[in-house]
Ligand binder design. Structure first.
Ligand code: SF4
Length: 227
């Protein structure tokens, strides 16, 4: 399934390479690190096709880079916060080793992943922000709930909410999976699709223990690439 693996033996870790869609420096728009200047490394590829996807350009476009070139490229930025995103970064099997390497170089790393691919092999130092795909995404049958057992209290679970049906589904899923109060749970409305105030009212009416979040980067820069 994975793409971008180029590792002939464990003795050649420095030769890991990945297909990189873009590397940029911006304001973190999501998660508990919202607002922090962050280096983003967007990897190419994703096995899902969510109906609201705003990074379709990352499905196939990208350039192969070895880890040393990536590290060289990011060292110019004056932050230690790095987010590895996609597409779906774990679609490339070499990503797990890459994350470990970033941590070993002193970066404070977060991983944005769609919840369909196992996170069992991800370094514990990495903050994982894992999606649970709702029916509105049209990819909810891809959720790998086995991943929940690999989460730590440092990790976050995100539901992207398309409509009221998604909201009710997500609320039930939180009960069913017994995740309330254990992990930081984020409800985020689909940009320009669901009224933010509707989602806010539903959360308050139901006294849900979740964090509502708008995608800050969308409000700053709309759908611009590299932001
Ligand atoms: S998982 Fe993310 S990158 Fe993949 S299709 Fe869904 S929204 Fe797009």
């Amino acid at each position: 399934m994975g793409i971008g693996l180029n590792l002939s033996s464990s003795a050649q870790k420095d030769e890991i390479s990945l297909i990189v869609n873009e590397i940029f420096y911006s304001i973190q728009g999501e998660s508990s690190r919202i607002g922090l200047p962050t280096i983003f490394i967007r990897l190419t590829g994703c096995p899902l096709r969510c109906q609201y996807c705003d990074t379709e350009y990352a499905f196939t476009e990208g350039e192969r880079m070895n880890v040393d070139s990536i590290l060289n490229k990011i060292k110019r930025y004056s932050t230690k916060y790095v987010t590895v995103t996609g597409g779906e970064p774990l679609a490339q099997k070499a990503c797990a080793l890459f994350l470990k390497k970033l941590c070993s170089h002193g970066y404070d790393v977060s991983l944005e992943t769609n919840g369909a691919i196992t996170i069992s092999n991800i370094d514990k130092r990495v903050k994982k922000i894992i999606d649970i795909k709702t029916p509105g995404s049209k990819e909810d049958n891809k959720n790998n709930f086995d991943n929940l057992k690999y989460l730590t209290k440092n990790d976050e679970i995100k539901f992207v909410i398309c409509d009221r049906i998604d909201y009710v589904w997500a609320k039930q899923k939180i009960i069913e999976k017994k995740i309330s109060g254990i992990y930081d749970i984020i409800f985020s409305p689909v940009y320009k699709s669901l009224e933010s105030s509707d989602l806010a009212n539903w959360i308050l009416e139901d006294k849900l223990n979740v964090r509502m979040q708008l995608q800050l980067h969308k409000y700053l820069w709309g759908d611009q690439k590299g932001k």
